[in-house]
Design a protein around this ligand. Structure first.
Ligand SMILES: Nc1ncnc2c1ncn2[C@@H]1O[C@H](COP(=O)(O)OP(=O)(O)OP(=O)(O)O)[C@@H](O)[C@H]1O
Ligand SMILES: [Mg+2]
Length: 468
């Protein structure tokens, strides 16, 4: 009998269960039903146990999956936060959805403040059309594989300056989002341009040096021949005077038509002056060619001893074309020891300062009508302590205080296109401070003038003693 049924019968009938065939059959049938129920329950319990084990396994797998995703997410977040580049998610209307702290580092914006703003708000007006065109093309290009596009444009910093940004972007068509990475390449681009310019200047310098060399010889014999002609002409004049002294009046009258035909009187007066001018002209060309030859001579990798006053003189000769029409140049050269330096680079520095002075005077004259005759460019040198000091002063337009910090920035210029490219002062700084460990001082007053003072240290005290 089923034990549960036996217990129930005992509890119900105590010690006197009913007898008789009907009751025994009833008990058997109920006992069978109990056993069948037991079997069903056991089956159910087994199934339940199996199912709960399976659920538990799935739960653990899910937990592992979630932990893995969280780990991956936090790793991605770390990259997002630490990236030196600007990482941005942008919606299809080009509004910022998410920006990383790289934005603060590169352009100075607080990343959360950018969310919701148009990405184009920070792009240079001249570059907006290009960015729009590229992003639209990118959104249309989407196929099974995401396309990446490289873009370059200028973006404004929070301080209002422009930086060149190189970006790559991709578009997620399902979520209608652009994912972009932007990097500040302003310095690289400036350096590349500078290198290109330097290479060009070097090539031009070599060409100029070669041409100066070629011109040197013919100019010398033109000079010698003009000199010979002038001296010869003086001799011929003296001879003519002597002949005229011994001629009778009739003989002189007989020769008068020939003298008139040859314009003898005029030639006598003018030829000496003409030959003098020719000699002066040839001398100037020779000076210029010599200066050009030495000026264009490329710097050696090693420094060499050079005479700074001579280099300044040559630079003045070279700048004569710019200076002649605008100002008188005064020089006051002190006694200088030879300086161990890169003289080619220093010559370019001097030339740039002189040309800047000429331009500044020209600008002041044009704006305020101060006559050219009142303008001066003064070049002075001296030794102060352990330094050679070079001062270049002008009576030009002056440098407004607001831009004094900016004149050394590559490509910063206030001059119209074609007149200035903003490469002079960066070169001055690079050569004086970078190549020679010197200093540059600037004094300037608007509509009064500007003085640049260059201080070049002697390389070592022993050298000072040696050369003094
Ligand atoms: N002596 C000066 N007087 C007034 N302004 C000056 C003087 N020297 C430099 N500047 C200012 O500094 C700017 C930068 O000078 P920099 O020599 O670098 O470039 P640039 O003369 O404009 O062009 P580049 O020298 O490349 O032909 C000039 O555009 C000008 O505004
Ligand atoms: Mg210049």
């Amino acid at each position: 009998m089923h034990p549960l049924l036996a217990r129930q019968l005992r509890r119900y009938f105590k010690d006197a269960p009913p007898t008789g065939p009907g009751f025994a059959e009833f008990v058997t049938a109920v006992g069978d039903a109990y056993r069948a129920a037991d079997e069903d329950r056991a089956l159910l319990e087994h199934s339940l146990a199996l199912a709960s084990r399976e659920v538990e396994e799935r739960y653990h797998a899910l937990k592992r999956d979630v932990a893995e995703r969280e780990r991956a997410q936090s790793e991605r977040d770390a990259f997002f936060r630490a990236s030196p580049d600007m990482l941005t998610i942008i919606d299809e209307h080009l509004r910022v959805v998410l920006a990383n702290p790289g934005w603060t580092r590169v352009l100075g914006y607080e990343a959360p403040a950018l969310v919701g703003l148009s990405f184009l708000d920070t792009v240079h007006p001249d570059d907006v059309a290009g960015v729009l065109e590229q992003t639209q093309a990118l959104a249309c290009e989407v196929g099974p594989r995401a396309t990446v596009r490289d873009l370059e444009f200028r973006q404004r910093t929070s301080r209002g300056e422009w930086r060149t940004i190189s970006a790559c972007a991709t578009f997620d068509a399902e979520r209608h989002r652009f994912f972009a990475v932007g990097r500040d390449v302003t310095t690289q681009r400036a350096m590349a341009r500078e290198l290109e310019q330097t290479n060009r200047l070097e090539a031009v310098g070599q060409l100029a040096s070669g041409m100066a060399h070629e011109i040197n010889t013919p100019i010398q014999y033109i000079g010698d021949n003009v000199q010979f002609a002038a001296e010869g002409f003086d001799g011929v004049l003296s001879y003519l005077s002597a002949v005229e002294g011994v001629l009778s009046a009739d003989q002189r009258a007989a020769l008068a038509p020939a003298a008139e035909a040859a314009d003898l009187e005029y030639i006598r007066d003018e030829m000496a002056r003409s030959l003098g001018e020719a000699r002066e002209g040839v001398k100037r060309v020779a000076e210029l060619v010599k200066a050009l030859k030495e000026f264009a001579h490329p710097d050696h990798a090693e420094k060499e001893h050079a005479d700074i006053n001579k280099a300044l003189e040559r630079a003045i000769v070279m700048a004569r074309g710019e200076l002649r029409h605008v100002a008188q140049v005064d020089t006051e050269f002190g006694q200088l020891p030879p300086l161990c330096c890169h003289i080619g680079s220093l010559s370019q520095v001097f030339l740039n300062l002189l040309v800047n002075s000429a331009h500044a005077i020209e600008e002041r004259t044009q704006k305020h009508g101060v006559p050219m005759s009142e303008h001066r460019v003064r070049v002075a040198t001296c030794v102060e302590g352990e330094e050679i000091v070079i001062r270049v002063s002008d009576t030009g337009c002056g440098i407004p205080a607001a831009i004094r910090d900016r004149i050394y920035e590559p490509f910063f210029t206030t001059k119209p296109m074609g007149k200035g490219s903003g490469q002079g002062m960066p070169l001055v700084r690079n050569v004086i401070i970078g190549k020679h460990g010197g200093r540059i001082e600037l004094e300037s007053e608007e509509n009064v003038g500007t003085t640049f003072t260059l201080r070049l240290p002697f390389e070592s005290p022993s050298q000072v003693r040696k050369v003094a």
